[in-house]
Design a protein around this ligand. Structure first.
Ligand SMILES: C[S@@+](CC[C@H](N)C(=O)[O-])C[C@H]1O[C@@H](n2cnc3c(N)ncnc32)[C@H](O)[C@@H]1O
Length: 268
C-alpha cells in the first residue's frame, strides 16, 4: 500500500535527508519519497510513519538505509561519449605530459553500480598501457550499488555501449551476463563516501562527479564542489554531468571547453 506522507512528515523527512546528504526533495519529487518510505515501512513490519521517523532519527544505520533507498542510480557504460572522448584525447594528453612519475589518481564520485569507473578503467588501460600506475577510487552513498559495482557482474542488457573489442578483452561471458575481468577490477577501489563531507582524500588528477549534484540544491552543490576542489591536485580536471554546471556558483574552478564538451579545471 502506498503511504502518502502528510505535510508535517514530508517536511521532517525532507529536512533529515537534506541535512544528512544534500539530496533535495521538493513537491515535484515528493511522490518518490512517498513510494520509497512506503517500501521501508513494509520492510519494517508495517510500523507507523511516526515510529519509522523516530528509528531513523536515532539510529545512523537506519538513516543510511533510508538515504540508500532514496538515491537515483541511473547509469550506463560509456555514458556521454563526447565527454569521454575529451577525457581520452585532450585531458589525458595534457595530464600525462605533466606527470613524470607516471602515476594517475582518478575519482568517480557517485559511481552508482560501477559502469562509470569500469568505463574509465578501460579507456585508461587502452590509452596508457602497463607503464602507468593508475588508481581509481569509486565512491557512493549507497551500499546497495557499491556491492553491485564491486561484484562487477552485468546482465546482457546492461552492457550495451561497450565496444565489441573491449567487451571481448575485459569481460567474461557468464550465464546470462558478463563478468568484469580481474585486471580491470584491480584498478578500482570501491568505497562508501557521502559527498556532503570532506573525504580526506587528496591529489586527484581527474574527478568525475556526473549526474550527482543535479539532485542537490545550490547550497548543497556549493559544499560538494568545495570538498571536491580540496581533494584535487594543483593541475587537474573535473567532469560534471552534461546538464550540470557551476554557473552562478562562487568557485575557484576555471571553465574549459574542448569541442562541445564542457569541464572545469583547478589551476593553482
Ligand atoms: C544518477 S547516478 C550517477 C552515476 C554516474 N556518475 C553516471 O553519471 O552515470 C547518481 C549517484 O550519486 C549517488 N549520490 C547521491 N547523493 C550522494 C552523496 N551525498 N554522496 C555520494 N553519492 C551520492 C547516488 O547514490 C547515485 O548512485
Amino acid at each position: 500500500m502506498l503511504v502518502k506522507l502528510d505535510d508535517n512528515y514530508f517536511t521532517k523527512f525532507r529536512d533529515l535527508i537534506y541535512d544528512a546528504s544534500g539530496m533535495t526533495f521538493t513537491e515535484i519529487n515528493r511522490p518518490i519519497l512517498d513510494s520509497r518510505i512506503s517500501d521501508l515501512l513494509r520492510q519494517h513490519g508495517n510500523i507507523t510513519v511516526g515510529e519509522y521517523f523516530e528509528k531513523v532519527r536515532k539510529d545512523s544505520s537506519e538513516l543510511n538505509q533510508l538515504l540508500d533507498s532514496v538515491t537515483t542510480n541511473l547509469t550506463s557504460f560509456f555514458r556521454n561519449l563526447t565527454q569521454l572522448n575529451s577525457f581520452k584525447n585532450e585531458v589525458l594528453d595534457d595530464i600525462i605530459k605533466t606527470r613524470p612519475s607516471k602515476r594517475l589518481k582518478i575519482w568517480s564520485a557517485g559511481c552508482s553500480t560501477g559502469e562509470e569507473p569500469y568505463t574509465l578503467a578501460m579507456i585508461m588501460s587502452e590509452k596508457l598501457g602497463p607503464a602507468w600506475n593508475i588508481e581509481i577510487v569509486a565512491s557512493d552513498i549507497s551500499f546497495t550499488v557499491l556491492m553491485k559495482a564491486s561484484e562487477g557482474f552485468y546482465p546482457a542488457n546492461r552492457i550495451t555501449g561497450i565496444p565489441d573489442d573491449l567487451l571481448r578483452k575485459y569481460f567474461i561471458k557468464s550465464g546470462d551476463g558478463y563478468q568484469v575481468c580481474d585486471k580491470l577490477k584491480k584498478m578500482i577501489r570501491f568505497d562508501y563516501h557521502n559527498l556532503k563531507n570532506d573525504s580526506g582524500m587528496r591529489n586527484f588528477d581527474i574527478v568525475f562527479c556526473r549526474n550527482v549534484i543535479i539532485y542537490f540544491d545550490q547550497v548543497a552543490q556549493q559544499n560538494v564542489i568545495r570538498n571536491i576542489y580540496n581533494s584535487m591536485n594543483d593541475h587537474s580536471y573535473l567532469f560534471l554531468g552534461h546538464s550540470e554546471s557551476l554557473l552562478g556558483m562562487k568557485t575557484p574552478f576555471e571553465f574549459v571547453k574542448f569541442g562541445s564538451s564542457c569541464l572545469y579545471m583547478k589551476k593553482v
